[in-house]
Design a protein around this ligand. Structure first.
Ligand code: HCA
Ligand code: CU
Length: 377
């Protein structure tokens, strides 16, 4: 298990740029990179310099920022891409090539032995040119690849002793946590190298799969802010943080958690999105308690119904009062917050009034406050 010792590879500026409404300009990229650096992510992955002239210039601009995080770029497995990547001055290069029958047939047309030859050639070239660069080799569509093919490729690459990290990618978002656990454990055991997991969310397992990868010994997890990426994206940064926090808060204490709301808001704004109401930590309903029984317990001790303390993220909880499920503890708490001295019988009566009125339509906080202030006079 590597919960105590893992790194986030934040790919909002690579995978995230592949999201339908994402096209970040240079100043937006710099703002995102600075925020993620202040949050404390260890690595930032950027679009290949071959994508467009601006993409190349933007890598150079981020490298110049001299941030604490390592700047990586993501390239196809060929020497020309590698040469262009090295030329930008990045700290690391992420090389990827498809190994599934689908990608072999429809993407690059190379057989497994040809993939191995090419991979070794490209990796040796990068290492020769840049002995100290962080070098990762990844197979695309790992979970639809034949296991024997995958292991052959990984072992050949690992045997060179030239790469720092191997990557496993659930490119079409179909892996189960048990499959991720099994494959990652096997790679860790056979190669002893650092392992990165990149998981798409097409069938809703991206966070669970990232967690399974860490349980199996993966050392690096790819995320994007809000989970943006191709189709419906990959493991969201905030979702991974929520997942790890609820296992043990210490697993995320290295990050500046109170920056998460600003990070999510910034990407939502740049992509013309709303933060989903049910988003991990920063969704509008993430810390709203409604039913009377919940409100009572949360008012006594928030941990009764909160696995995550909103204050750790600079947020606060809300007790919803003006609805038919309300309870008198929530009403009393509101009266106290307003500094009103109302006896319990009256508070219970007000609670019944709220329930009756809310059967017709929910009450605003102002309407509740009016009822309470009326009773206090
Ligand atoms: C891509 C595919 C990729 C690569 C992941 C990786 C995927 O868009 O190039 O390099 O590990 O999901 O397979 O994002
Ligand atoms: Cu991807």
């Amino acid at each position: 298990m590597s919960f105590e010792n893992y790194a986030i590879i934040e790919s909002t500026l690579r995978e995230g740029e592949q999201f339908s409404t994402a096209t970040f300009n240079t100043s937006q990229k710099i703002e995102i990179a600075r925020l993620l650096d202040a949050f404390g992510v260890e690595m930032l992955e950027m679009t290949s310099p071959l994508a467009s002239p601006q993409s190349e210039a933007d890598i150079r601009a981020i490298v110049k920022e001299n941030l604490n995080l390592k700047v990586l770029t993501h390239i196809r497995c060929n020497k020309e891409d590698a040469r262009r990547a090295l030329d930008t001055g990045v700290d690391g290069v992420d090389v990827v090539i498809g190994t599934s029958p689908q990608l072999i047939e429809h993407s690059h047309g190379r057989s497994i032995p040809e993939i191995i030859d090419l991979a070794l050639d490209v990796i040796s070239y990068i290492r020769e040119q840049a002995p100290h660069i962080i070098l990762r080799f990844s197979t695309e569509d790992s979970f639809r690849s034949r296991e024997a093919d995958l292991l052959r490729v990984y072992l050949a690459v690992a045997d060179t002793g030239l790469v720092d990290r191997l990557g496993v990618a659930d490119t079409v978002g179909i892996a189960l946590p048990s499959q991720v656990y099994q494959l990652v454990s096997q790679i860790v055991r056979l190669t002893q190298l650092d392992v990165e997991f990149h998981g798409h969310n097409d069938s809703g397992c991206a966070i669970a799969n990232a967690c399974a990868a860490l349980e199996a010994g993966a050392t690096h997890i790819d995320t994007t802010v809000l989970g943006i990426g191709e189709r419906n994206g990959i493991t969201p940064l905030g979702g991974l943080i929520a997942r790890l926090y609820t296992i043990n808060r210490a697993y995320v204490s290295k990050y500046n958690l109170s920056l998460l709301p600003e990070i999510d808001r910034t990407i939502a704004r740049f992509c013309n999105l709303d933060i989903p109401f049910n988003n991990y930590i920063t969704g509008s309903s993430a810390f709203i308690h409604k039913a009377g029984i919940h409100a009572k317990a949360v008012l006594a001790d928030p941990s009764t119904y909160e696995a995550i303390n909103p204050a750790d993220f600079g947020l606060s909880r809300e007790i919803s009062i003006g609805h038919r499920l309300t309870g008198w503890n929530a009403v009393r708490n509101r009266a106290q917050a307003l500094g009103l001295n109302i006896d319990d019988d009256t508070l219970r009566a007000i609670t019944q009034t709220i329930k009756q009125q809310a059967d017709i339509s929910t009450l605003s906080m102002q309407q509740i406050d009016d009822l309470l202030m009326g009773a206090a006079q």
